[in-house]
Design a protein around this ligand. Structure first.
Ligand code: ADP
Length: 183
């Protein structure tokens, strides 16, 4: 089973993704974490990504598509995975759809974490990542609305989008998700 957790920056994708991955025994693929690790390690990919990351801009598809392809090809992810932080653009969504379709698989559920903008900004201010500066936060919210929110319409047509209110406690939200997924 492939489940995509979608939501604006600060909506709690990582937290809920971890709980879900553990419960279902599936690997979680988190592009943001992979990028942060590469930046820390100073790999060529990390150095390139940093040019965009700190400003809150998306790392270009020309750089990120091969990372996504590699991650989906990992043996652990062959039967399913929790996708956190991607697909985030139309090109990424196409790649994911195509890669899974070639294996006779598909995205089964999209969980859309719904959180108000005030709450998003408050949460990120508490977090203190290098891309949690006011300017970078504003960029990330704008880019989410421009590039990522349109994917919701694309997946809604397939009837696989579930809206999850993201403002309750961590436990309440994960119970909601359990009910939606059915396990
Ligand atoms: P958030 O959702 O709070 O922005 P992420 O860790 O998902 O946190 O993303 C942080 C940053 O990492 C993004 O602003 C972007 O620079 C980069 N990034 C993560 N995933 C992707 C992706 N799929 N495509 C392009 N850039 C990405």
């Amino acid at each position: 089973m492939y489940i995509l957790i979608l939501g604006a920056p600060g909506s709690g994708k990582g937290t809920q993704g971890n709980i879900l991955a553990e419960r279902l025994g599936l690997p979680k693929i988190t592009t943001g974490d992979l990028i942060r690790t590469a930046m820390q390690d100073g790999t060529p990919f990390g150095v390139e990504a940093k040019k965009y990351y700190d400003d809150g801009k998306l790392v270009p598809d020309s750089v990120i598509l091969s990372l996504i392809k590699d991650q989906l090809a990992r043996p652990e992810a062959k039967q399913g995975a929790i996708l956190d932080g991607f697909p985030r653009t139309a090109a990424q969504a196409e790649l994911v759809d195509k890669t899974l379709a070639e294996r006779g698989q598909r995205l089964n559920h999209i969980l859309l974490l719904d959180v108000t903008e005030d709450e998003l900004v408050r949460r990120m201010a508490d977090r203190g990542r290098t891309d949690d500066t006011p300017a970078a936060i504003a960029n990330r919210q704008n880019i989410y609305q421009r590039d990522t929110a349109p994917l919701i319409a694309h997946y809604t047509q397939r009837g696989i989008v579930h809206r999850v209110p993201g403002t309750g406690t961590v436990d309440q939200i994960s119970e909601d998700i359990k009910r939606i997924i059915g396990r």
